[in-house]
Each structure stands twice: as structure tokens, then as C-alpha cells.
Design a protein around this ligand. Sequence first.
Ligand SMILES: [Zn+2]
Length: 412
Amino acid sequence: MANPDTFDRISRRIEQFRDEMVDLQIRLTAIPAIAPASGGEGEAQKAEFLASFLKQHGFGDVTLIKAPDFDAPSGYRPNLLAYAKGKSSARTNWVMTHMDVVPPGELSLWKGPPYKAWVEKGRVYGRGVEDNQQDMVASIFAAKAFMAEGLLPAYDVGLALVADEETGSAKGIGHVLENHGAFRKQDLIIVPDAGNEHGTMIEVAEKSILWLKFKTLGKQAHGSTPEKGTNSFKAAAFLIAALDGLYRHFGERDRLFAPPVSTFEPTKKEANVPNINTIPGEDVFYMDCRILPKYKVADVEKRIRTVASGIEKKFRVKIEIGVEQRAPAAPPTPAQAPVVKALRKAIKAVYQREARALGIGGGTVAALFRRAGFAAACWSKLDDKAHQPNEYCVIDNMVGDAKVFAHIFLQD
Ligand SMILES: [Zn+2]
């Protein structure tokens, strides 16, 4: 167990870093690291700044792993690994954060310039300050507090600062996992890129994602003579109603997840005819399915095909089903995994709250670790302002999260 006096010392030290942490936030925000796919130049400049910052602040062994990317002016996407030595090297306690940010979006919605971070009422505002700089800065200063106090963490600390999280991670943590044996099965891996405002959600599992496009083909006709055509829109409407039966057919519940069921929702609708007096011959809508990992995605697809065939016969239409996205869930991190226990203990000590392991409907970058066989957990205390205009980071959350990481680094 972490010695309470030692943790107090480290905590006080982290408090003293508050202004330095805000300062680092402002300097990082000034180097927008936007993926080439989103119109930016990538993370090379931000990585260069961070690598020298880490070296200046006592991190040994800062490694730059370049993932080739010819769309980036630098020709690569940078991934940084930095270490702080612990008493034991039997395992490494990792915190992985990402350097890339999304574009600011509509500038008129911002109260200030997105890349010139400003402080207001205990918050730092700017693009990237919460997603994911809050916990990048927190993890750096958690480790730095040990150095400043002349103390060693129980185990080696590893910081992974990666690229390409916002556009799929292939050139970020995906590249690191494939090309470098940096991680070991016994390591604790924390990915502070999801959470809630109380810091009580430890994300350990995800649902499978299935996005489908339904194209219904009938026959166009004049609105006054429907019998001369086949109304594709009407058939599609019956199809949507029939597909609601998926909720019953795949109706099992799993309390690990919020919501605790699989969901099957019609979402996007493409325009069909532009005028009222034409029977539409073609209709397109989409569906977003989030499926509990206990079900096979293929079984859901088979069931959907069966339902569609019934509609085809009844309405004499043809229904083409296209897959827009199919992402089967990664194997969950067990709710009793060491990383979950360590987080719960630290959250209790710092925020005085009981945190709970939970599954969510969307994929997180932790899934890449889980697919590679590592029990990673996502956790952070945040207001969830990621990707929004006027994105902000609550400074108390940044400082508190640093204490949570430090508490974990002390645990033996
Ligand atoms: Zn993020």
C-alpha cells in the first residue's frame, strides 16, 4: 500500500506545479497538431517540443518512434515513449495520451482564439486542452513530482505520447503496438481519454459497432397512380418498423454497459424525390447498431437480411444492404483487472469517490491494446468538452488526475 505520508508529499508537490501545468497547456495549444486527413501537418512539431521538454525535466530515455506518412510534410507521424525509473522494473505503469487534436470547427462559435489558450474561472480554454492535453500534462507532472521529491515510484513509469488518435490510430498506438515490444502483459495501462465529471467511470469494455446502408429499389411513378409504380419509401418505412424487432431478438442485458442493452437505431436519411407528386423509386436510409460483445455481429447481419427479405417479398422491392462500418468489440478488460483495482484505490484517495468499471457504446483507443492482449482501462475526470467550441479543461481536474496517477505510481 502507498505510504500516506509519502503520498501527501507528492500531492503537495503536484499542487505547487499548478501554474507550470497551466503554462505547459498554453504552450502545447500554440502548436496545433492536426492530422493530414483533417487538413493539418501532423504532430511532428508538437512532438519535438515535448521531447525536449521531457529531457529538460529529467525523463531519461525519450524514444521517438516514427510511423511513415507521406501526407505529413515531415514524412512521418511521431510517437514518443518516455520513462522514469522506479524501485522495480518488474512491470511498468503506463499512461498513454495522444498529441493530435481535431480542427477548431466554426471559429465564430469560439469566445477566443482556439490556439491561444486562455484561463478563466479555474479553467483553461483552447483546442486540445481537455482532449487530450489535460492528462498528458497531468501524467508528465505526476512523474516529475517524484523526481522533485527525490523519491522513486514503486515501478518504472512509462509515458506514451502518441499520434493519430483522432483519425484511427494506425500511425499512432497501432504502429507502436505492431513495431515495438514496449508493453508487457503485467504492465498497468491507463488511457485517460474517456470519463465523466465525477471521475467515477472506468471504461473497460465496448460494444461492437455496425453501420448499415439500406437502399430500397422500387419503381417510380406519378403520385396519382401508385399502382403503376412500387413505392420504395413506403417499403423502407415498413422495413424500419420491422427492424425495431432486433431489440427483442437480441434483447439480453449486461449491467456492465450503459445502456445495458444492444441498440439498433435508424439514423441518417437521404433525400429521395424533390417533389410531392412522385412515387419514389429509390430510397436510402442508414442504421447505427451497437451490439453487446456477447452477440456475434454476423448473427445480427443475418437476422437483418432475413427481415429485409420478408419486406422484399411483401412489397415487391429489392433491398441492398451495404456495410459502412463493421467493428467487432475488442475482448473486454476484466472488471477485476489490476489496472481497475489500482485506479479505484487512487480515485478513492484523491476524489473520495467509488469508481465503477463500465462498458460504453463507442470504440476507444484502448480497444487496440485489448485486441493486442493488454488489459487497458480508460479513465479521466472530465467535463467532456472534447471536439466542441470553447473546449476547456478544469484545472482542478488536471491537478487531481496527476495525483491519481501519482497514487498509482506509489502503489506496490
Ligand atoms: Zn482524445
